[in-house]
Design a protein around this ligand. Structure first.
Ligand code: SF4
Ligand code: SF4
Length: 439
């Protein structure tokens, strides 16, 4: 039985910046680079205050299998290494670098030699690349999974289904050559039977450019999909492009799929060709409070305040500022927080677009159940969570919730499901760990 299907929801696209060519932002006065911008163990800082660094130089080393190194994103002097509070409320060391404005490349940069899958995994690890579609999972881990040669499908996630965000679209339009060469390399190393680009049909220019670029490419399909949020959810995209269901607790590779975000693919190929690790990001800057919405290439670690200023500042008082899109993005506490490796958009909204309507009692209308792409039952989860019934939460498979926000979007009672599900998942994890420790 499929654990999820196709429902989802039509959301306003608001891809206002799709045609705005990416503008290169000059280095800010200071970058603040956290050592944890990924899922897994924080990297360990390797520089101290007073050291002079150049762009691409390692400043923190990966600490464990699921971790990623961090590199200087501007040239200049390390001011300090100090804990900062991240947007999720946790704290972690960050390297503060005062830019000298020169953007000098580090002399130690050399393109890697990639002839085998092991070479590829090592190169990706050295590059510091993490899932750039939002998750931030260290990408090298995907290429070190046992039996990766089983992959029948190489699936490129180009759906970009969140409203407003167009940074992946810009990658497809501006870096098509990197994508073509990246696919050639992955085809040679992984030997998949099929390569599929999964892309929503609201990106006609990117679709046409990809189709043209891969016209002679054997085994590469550009699959146009309905613009139906959350088309880019990993399991949703796998199902909608291959018909395969990733069972609970299993990986895409268990159903023969390796899936990678389109901008991540371009970043990998860029590193292989230049030796320059992940030091900058294309970020969509938009929202009702932003004076000049646009796409900008920004050094990682640039404070949000500098990025908004570069985009003409605010035309109205920003009331709510998000990392990411309006469906899955997270609110930032202030504008001092930096652009992270997996930041694909920053959105600032005025008060009219920021106040959530008041939550009222559930009407039992069933809309959320019918629209959930994972076939979950939010009202039942709410009941189990209010009773702290963790066995029931387990049976209701709350841990399958991908926090897409579709249920909350369609709810006429304005129920705050996503926050509740995040808490329920965290508490269920703790409950299971405590239970295992007892046994
Ligand atoms: S947030 Fe979770 S429960 Fe709600 S629609 Fe998405 S997957 Fe389903
Ligand atoms: S959509 Fe809202 S009101 Fe309707 S059943 Fe779900 S939680 Fe209740």
């Amino acid at each position: 039985m499929a654990l999820f299907g196709l429902p989802g929801v039509h959301v306003p696209h608001r891809k206002n910046t799709a045609d705005s060519e990416t503008v290169l932002m000059p280095p800010p006065e200071t970058v603040v680079i956290p050592v944890v911008m990924h899922i897994g163990a924080p990297a360990k800082p390797t520089v101290k205050a007073g050291e002079v660094v150049a762009v691409g130089q390692p400043i923190a080393e990966a600490d464990g299998f699921i971790s990623a190194p961090v590199h200087a994103t501007v040239s200049g002097k390390v001011q300090k290494v100090e804990d900062i509070v991240l947007s999720n409320g946790s704290s972690a060391p960050a390297v503060f670098i005062r830019s000298d404005g020169e953007m000098r490349r580090w002399e130690g940069l050399t393109p890697p030699t990639v002839e085998t899958l092991d070479d590829l995994a090592k190169a990706i690890r050295d590059s510091g690349i993490v899932g750039l579609g939002g998750a931030g999972f260290p990408t090298s881990v995907k290429f070190t999974i046992k039996d990766i040669e089983r992959a029948e499908y190489l699936l490129i996630n180009a759906a970009e289904c969140e409203p407003y965000i167009t940074s992946d679209t810009r990658t497809m339009l501006d870096d098509t050559g990197l994508l073509v060469r990246g696919i050639e390399l992955l085809k040679k190393l992984l030997l998949p039977k099929k390569v599929i680009f999964g892309i929503e049909r609201n990106k006609p220019k990117a679709i046409s450019k990809l189709k043209q670029a891969f016209a002679g490419g054997e085994g590469v399909t550009v699959k146009t999909l309905p613009s139906m949020y959350p088309q880019g959810g990993e399991k949703v995209l796998i199902y909608n492009t291959t018909g395969r269901v990733v069972p609970q607790g299993k990986l895409p590779l268990d159903v023969g799929v390796v899936i990678i975000n389109v901008t991540t693919l371009a970043a990998i190929q860029s590193y292989i060709e230049t030796g320059m690790p992940l030091v900058s990001k294309v970020v969509t800057v938009d929202g009702s409070a932003v004076a000049k919405p646009m796409n900008v290439r920004v050094p990682i670690g640039t404070p949000l305040a500098d990025v908004f200023e570069f985009c003409g500042g605010f035309k109205s008082e920003p009331f709510k500022v998000l990392y990411g899109g309006p469906m899955m993005g997270t609110t930032v506490p202030n504008l001092d927080v930096p652009i992270l490796k997996n930041t694909n958009a920053i959105l600032a909204f005025d008060v009219h677009d920021s106040i959530a309507p008041e939550e009222t009692p559930c009407l039992r209308c069933g809309s959320c159940v019918g629209r959930c792409p994972m076939r979950l039952n939010p009202p039942a989860i709410a009941k189990a969570y209010s009773q702290k019934d963790f066995d029931a939460l387990g049976k209701l498979k709350v841990d399958l919730c991908m926090e897409c926000g579709v249920c909350a979007y369609v709810c006429p009672a304005n129920q705050q499901m996503v926050q509740r599900h995040k808490l329920a998942k965290a508490e269920l994890r703790t409950y299971k760990q405590a239970k295992e420790a007892k046994n």
